[in-house]
Write a protein that binds this ligand. Structure first.
Ligand code: GLY
Length: 348
């Protein structure tokens, strides 16, 4: 573990609470800030007698739910996001006597909150879950909005659900212990929010920055919980980003791939006449000032990556991009392969 994050980035300040507004009494608070973990017990349902705390060995964050709690340590990394792990956890919870009045607490990054959310969505046909998110990427994305699931050998997140938590804790003190590269990768996801209405997020102290991202995501989720349309804007920068990850040949983290994906999307949007040079420059400035690369890995093959853009789409449908423009970021179909190839020249 190393921490090169300047301590000045993590000032003390009050806990900020954002709400995800949803129908049917499912709205929930997200507590953001230093020592926010101390607010965990108040998020638990009054009916809960037992809390199943799901975490990974490397997380190292202890929680005090204030009720009878058992810690279930799941395998490291993406190995935790398997149906076999869900079955094993559900069996242990059943043997312990957990009922649908009890609660799951997922403590970790996106892997753990995805797994813990899916476990909660399915155990006893749905039990409450609280996410204690311990990574920057998790706090501004994965822990908010209810998408959860596990992987299959055939692909990532192929089995999942929409299951909203009843509360989320984003303790920004915990981020100081993140390995530097993982933290920086989170900044790639954060860069996206500059263009989703966040503005100069880099001028804000960390807790306010995280809270602003949570607010933006909460508004998008409230408007389109099941990703019928608007929620797709949260994939800004992800078309190239996912292709770079899916290619599997590059040493690149999710947020690093999204970061260059944002610059690429800006270059595509400029060639389509949707944004001007100044907007492209702002994308480059934001990505660079977070210490992230604005170019694709040296040995990238643009044709291979473009093929991956369209992988799950019918050829006649073109490629669905999320692009900036006069009306803000929106989904746009692009089928001009020459333009997509030309845009690569600007990120090489
Ligand atoms: N991570 C994108 C979403 O939650 O919709």
């Amino acid at each position: 573990m190393s921490s090169e994050i300047p301590s000045s980035e993590i000032p003390s300040s009050e806990i900020l609470t954002e709400f995800v507004d949803l129908p049917d009494g499912r709205s929930y608070p997200v507590h953001v800030g230093p020592k926010a973990i101390g607010r965990l017990a108040e998020l638990l349902p009054p009916t809960a007698r037992r809390a199943a705390v799901i975490t990974q060995a490397g997380i190292g964050v202890e929680v005090d739910p204030g009720i009878d709690a058992r810690v279930f340590v799941v395998p490291e990394g993406e190995q935790a996001k398997r149906l076999g792990v869900v079955e094993d956890l559900a069996s242990q919870m059943a043997l312990w006597g957990m009922t649908r009045n009890d609660v799951v607490i997922a403590v970790g990054g996106g892997v753990v909150t995805d797994l813990g959310g899916f476990l909660a969505a399915t155990y006893h046909r749905g039990v409450p879950v609280v996410h204690v998110s311990t990574t920057l990427l998790g706090q501004i994305d994965a822990a908010i909005g209810g998408k959860c699931g596990v992987n299959l050998p055939e692909g990532k997140n192929l089995v999942g659900a929409f299951w909203q938590p009843i509360g989320v804790i984003c303790d920004t003190d915990v981020l100081a212990t993140m390995p530097e590269r993982e933290y920086r990768s989170g900044l790639g996801e954060l860069a996206k929010y500059h263009f989703l209405g966040g503005g100069r997020l880099d001028d804000l102290p960390l807790p306010e920055r995280v809270a602003r991202c949570v607010r933006i995501k909460a508004d998008v989720v409230a408007a389109d919980e099941r990703e019928g349309g608007r929620r797709a804007v949260l994939n800004y920068g992800h078309t190239l980003g996912h292709a770079l990850e899916t290619a599997g040949r590059y040493d690149i983290r999710h947020g690093e791939a999204v970061a260059v994906g944002l610059v690429y999307a800006a270059e595509v949007a400029r060639r389509l006449g949707r944004i001007d040079d100044a907007a492209v420059t702002e994308h480059r400035r934001v990505v660079s000032q977070y210490g992230l690369s604005t170019v694709v890995p040296q040995d990238s093959d643009p044709r291979e990556l473009i093929a991956l853009f369209a992988r799950d789409k019918k050829a006649t449908e073109g490629i669905t991009f999320v692009l900036d423009g006069d009306s803000g970021v929106e989904t746009i179909r692009v089928d001009d392969e020459a333009l997509l190839l030309d845009s690569f020249e600007a990120v090489r």
